[in-house]
Design a protein around this ligand. Structure first.
Ligand code: UGY
Ligand code: MN
Length: 264
């Protein structure tokens, strides 16, 4: 019997919570199921829990967090940061305002790129909690102006397949190959049974949030079963491979740092 199918009662620990823990934090990767990532609060947000998923404290060169904005909650005032921010709506319906763009209803699949110095705010005027992923990273400036803000939705982004591998698809949420950007945010989509053509061992870091389906993920030398809402940090050169095990498509949102020289 699966431990989750065993009987328990209100106020009691779920069977298997300890012996079947899936969370791992190692030198060059972390696998974080949601139940282990405890909430905190942020000064500029009311009625909002923040669950940090990646941060320099872990070894990452970026920060990523899940905001859970209760009805009536959200930013106290517009927030302009010296670092760039990427927002992705996971569930619920928040209201997003990005400087220079009309206010929009920010529902699942909505996303925004907010360059350094540009202000944004998130409010929840609906009657259910809104979950929003926030990624922050210092912008690595070059001799080009920084990018403009982008406010869009996953449904506006075509599926492409630059590798031509059967059963694979990508949605590039930010322009790929545009040297003003120092990062990519992509949704990778896999048909059942389809994996990467090789185990990857690249310098780029990843922050991965599982959106749909399930599978097993190779990180360094270990395989991990992955489900919706799980998060993975992959550090530079971490060996990685994904093998979907569900009956339908698997999809995840993936951060990747690109387009810049090595800093010494
Ligand atoms: O683009 C990538 O690096 C991607 N294939 N990696 C991953 O999904 N772990
Ligand atoms: Mn990769």
């Amino acid at each position: 019997m699966h431990p989750r199918s065993l009987p328990t009662g209100p106020g009691r620990v779920l069977p298997g919570a300890i012996g079947h823990n899936r969370g791992v934090v190692s030198r060059n990767y972390a696998f974080l199921p949601p139940e282990g990532v405890l909430p905190s609060r942020l000064p500029n947000y009311e009625a909002t829990a923040v669950r940090f998923l990646a941060a320099p404290a872990l070894g990452a060169a970026f920060a990523q967090a899940l905001l859970e904005i209760a009805p009536g909650g959200g930013s106290r005032q517009p927030c302009a940061d010296t670092v760039q921010t990427f927002l992705y709506a996971v569930s619920g319906a928040a209201t997003l305002t990005v400087d220079g763009h009309p206010r929009i209803e920010f529902t699942a699949g909505g996303y925004a790129y907010v360059p350094p110095g540009c202000a944004f705010s998130l409010r929840n005027d609906a009657d259910a909690t809104a979950k929003v992923l926030v990624l922050r990273k210092p912008y690595e400036a070059i001799d080009l102006p920084p990018p403009e803000p982008i406010v869009s939705h996953r449904s506006q982004v075509p599926r492409t397949n630059h590798l031509g591998m059967e059963g694979r698809a990508w949605q590039h949420l930010l322009p790929v190959g545009d040297m003003r950007f120092d990062m990519e945010m992509n949704i990778l989509i896999f048909s059942p049974g389809v994996c990467f053509p090789a185990v990857e061992t690249h310098i780029m870091e990843h922050g991965l949030y599982m959106l749909e389906g399930q599978g097993i993920y190779l990180l360094d030398t270990d395989w991990h079963e992955i489900w919706v809402e799980d998060f993975i940090w992959m550090g530079p050169f971490c060996p990685q491979q994904f093998y979907p095990t569900g009956y339908g498509e698997a999809a995840y949102l993936l951060y990747k740092n690109v387009n810049r020289e090595i800093a010494f």
